[in-house]
Design a protein around this ligand. Structure first.
Ligand code: XIL
Length: 405
């Protein structure tokens, strides 16, 4: 897929994901098929297409990711509250991560019931699990165009006080939520996906932008800093590996920095595929961020098995998407192999960049991934652990440079 198709893929992706973003947390999982991963031998493989995967090392010999990357970056995974008690994901979380992100239940739709009224029930479950297991928590997210409850915007938009009213609601929400999680969260995605996908203005034309203009980002960051002087503050966005999108994001960031707005880092979502992006693009994004004195977090890493989806697959309706792979076929294993190499290339890059302080996959294991239903319902196994929670080829490719996927 070329760059513009990829960019359109992601922009449309976010447009469609909105409806489901409103769902409450705690639900659901993906496909549930089991994976025929063998065990009990040392690393070996075939590199030709075949209807079986490589022989994988004994899962009992898998090093903990958090230990493997100790001194480089925190290793994180996102999880729903249901996953912290699941027999598949709980052991993976306990063994491998020292950072966690709530997949949905710290978003405004989940927490912000109405003005001044909050529901922390599910978020508290994630915090409690993390705390009991010495896992730090990344807060995601205080402001996102896909999770902007109507109560923020209630009122007569033509009245002279409307803008101030909406600003006050935003400030109160961020103040209260950041205060609530003070000391429990080490970083916040204060603003998620503020950058436009089109040439021209760097700002996404979101409801927040329409009411408060570009100032909404500064308002959010200043409120977060006032509520917690030490938590790391992030702007998080997708397609930062695309040079044009990155330039728009940095233009927005430069405006903030010039104005003295508190900001510690940039979150790179990295919802990528077996064929996109090249490592050089991601390196360029990290280095561009570094030049501003900011740190990098990889916040939502997953590697879709469908590297050949056209941009139209992410349109409404979705057309031209690659047909679902069938587990166990040669095509499936080819994609799993390509995925392993992509994961290896990315983690090698992350480990080589001191400015990368945290790397999170968007999910724990392949039994639960948002890509099972987006952009269409089909099998997708984009994570490091299979549907039963065992390390995949991608895992071994990341931790063992001599493993041949
Ligand atoms: C996704 C969740 O994974 C889904 O469960 C939900 O239905 C929609 O949101 N970018 C983000 C994440 O910043 O918050 C999104 O998470 C995935 C894309």
């Amino acid at each position: 897929m070329n760059i513009s198709a990829q960019l359109s893929r992601r922009s449309l992706l976010m447009g469609v994901a909105g409806a489901s973003a409103l769902a409450s947390c705690g639900g659901g999982g993906g496909g549930g098929v089991s994976s025929p991963v063998s065990s009990g031998s040392t690393a070996s493989s075939s590199s030709t297409a075949s209807a079986s995967g490589p022989t994988l090392p004994d899962p009992a010999t898998a090093p903990a990711l958090k230990t493997h990357f100790n001194g480089k970056f925190l290793v994180g995974m996102t999880a729903e509250p249901s996953e912290i008690n699941s027999a598949i994901s709980q052991p993976v979380l306990k063994a491998h991560v020292n950072s966690m992100t709530a997949e949905n239940c710290m978003k405004p739709h989940a927490i912000g019931t109405s003005a001044g009224v909050y529901n922390y029930t599910l978020a508290d479950q994630v915090i409690a699990f993390a705390s009991a297991n010495n896992i730090a928590v990344r807060g995601h997210t205080l402001l996102w165009h896909q999770s902007a409850p109507d109560w923020f915007f209630v009122g007569d938009s033509t009245s002279a006080t409307y803008r101030a009213t909406v600003q006050a609601r935003l400030e109160r929400y961020i103040t209260d939520v950041v205060t609530y999680f003070k000391g429990k969260v080490y970083a916040w995605d204060v603003v998620n996906e503020p950058t436009s996908d089109s040439a021209g203005s760097p700002y996404r034309n979101s409801r927040w932008y329409q009411v408060l203009g570009a100032d909404y980002i500064e308002i959010a960051l200043r409120a977060a800093r006032a509520a917690d002087p030490t938590v790391k503050l992030f702007i998080n966005d997708y397609s930062t590996e695309n040079a044009d999108k990155l330039a728009r994001l940095m233009s927005l960031v430069d405006t903030l920095l010039t104005r003295g707005v508190p900001l510690d880092g940039i979150g790179h979502q990295l919802h990528i595929t077996t064929t996109w992006p090249p490592v050089a693009n991601v390196r360029a994004a990290f280095q561009t961020v570094e030049t501003r004195g900011l740190i990098n977090h990889v916040t939502e890493l997953d590697v879709s098995l469908y590297g050949s989806d056209p941009g139209s697959c992410f349109g409404t309706p979705a057309t031209g998407c690659a047909p679902s792979l069938t587990e166990g076929t040669a095509a499936y294993w080819d994609s799993i192999r390509a995925q392993a190499l992509q994961y290896r290339a990315m983690f090698d890059l992350f480990a080589s960049q001191p400015s990368v302080k945290s790397v999170t996959t968007w999910g724990v294991a392949d039994n639960h991934t948002w890509l099972s239903s987006f952009p269409v319902n089909r099998l997708n196994h984009p994570l490091l652990f299979d549907t039963t929670g065992k390390p995949k080829s991608a895992f071994w490719a990341v931790v063992n440079p001599t493993f041949v996927p």
